[in-house]
Design a protein around this ligand. Structure first.
Ligand code: LER
Ligand code: MN
Length: 290
């Protein structure tokens, strides 16, 4: 397992002004950061790669679509623009030294048309991801699609739907970003959902039920870590929270209060909790009596 921290915790657009965080992130036991990439033209990929190398930290990328883009749009020009945008993001991901770009990369967070998705919208998403296959291959990057809770998207809410989407896209570099915060709202059983998604889950956001410090709420962490062992998940466990990053991002995630005394608490206390769970869960599913 690798432990990561999503930089949304501190800023909506990670860049050189945030590099001062890196030594403490390393010192507190993280293996890497998850840098937010929303506008490829404003992303300092080379500088981020260099700063992370200097701090012996790895990188994954989290992205959400800007409001004017969508793979689901009826207008083919918007869909083409979105595919071009995602191709740029994939290229920037590789430039930053990352091999994962992850997020709800089908339509903007918070786009809620007041109806269910249509079969046509589903087909447009499948087509869009299939068109990105060659770009992913050429940059050796995996794209992980994230189901969100029903209050943030209408398009993809469950692990089962995300599995079906990956099955229809049928590309080895297209998988699932599974987020415990969203699964805790939409799934009846987190361990069962992890087992259902096992074949396609390539990345995980480890968030508490309220997006506060992992271990302080009611996510079934024991069940989640036991299931990680059962399905053989050995990828990133990335803490994702918001609230301190002001602006449109906190609004997209509907964060209207501080979730801890300060952002560092969510990161530092969160990673030591996750590591303790990993040790316990790992032993449990490996049949080692702790
Ligand atoms: C992004 O990973 C996520 O979990 C969304 O809730 C962001 O709004
Ligand atoms: Mn997430």
């Amino acid at each position: 397992m690798k432990f990561g921290i999503n930089t949304f915790l501190w800023s909506a657009h990670f860049g050189p002004s945030d590099f001062g965080l890196l030594p403490a992130i390393k010192a507190n036991g993280f293996d890497g950061i998850e840098a937010s990439l929303i506008r490829p033209g404003q992303f300092a990929a080379r500088e981020i790669r260099k700063a992370l190398q200097e701090n012996a930290l790895q990188c994954t990328i989290c992205s959400i679509l800007p409001p004017e883009l969508s793979l689901l749009a009826e207008d083919g020009v918007i869909r083409e623009r979105t595919i071009a945008h995602l191709a740029d993001c994939i290229q920037q991901t590789a430039e930053a030294g990352a091999s994962i770009i992850a997020g709800p990369l089908y339509c903007p967070v918070g786009f809620l048309p007041g109806r269910r998705r249509t079969a046509e919208e589903w087909k447009r998403a499948v087509d869009g991801y299939q068109q990105l296959g060659p770009v992913l291959e050429s940059h050796s990057v995996d794209l992980c699609i994230e189901p969100l809770n029903r209050f943030e998207t209408f398009f993809l809410n469950t692990t089962a739907d995300a599995v079906r989407l990956c099955q229809e896209v049928r590309h080895p570099r297209i998988g699932i970003l599974w987020d415990t915060f969203h699964a805790n709202i939409e799934e009846k059983n987190l361990s069962a959902a992890l087992r259902l998604g096992a074949e396609y889950i390539k990345h995980v956001h480890t968030c508490e039920n309220d997006r506060g410090t992992p271990g302080t709420g009611h996510v079934d962490w024991a069940g989640v870590f036991e299931a990680f062992g059962e399905i053989g998940y050995d990828g990133w466990l990335t803490i994702e929270s918001f609230g301190f990053a002001s602006g449109d991002l906190a609004a997209a995630a509907s964060i209207w209060r501080d979730l801890a005394a300060d952002p560092d608490e969510i990161a530092w206390a969160g990673v030591s909790f996750l590591k303790s769970q990993y040790e316990a869960g790992h032993k449990l599913s490996a049949g080692i009596k702790s």
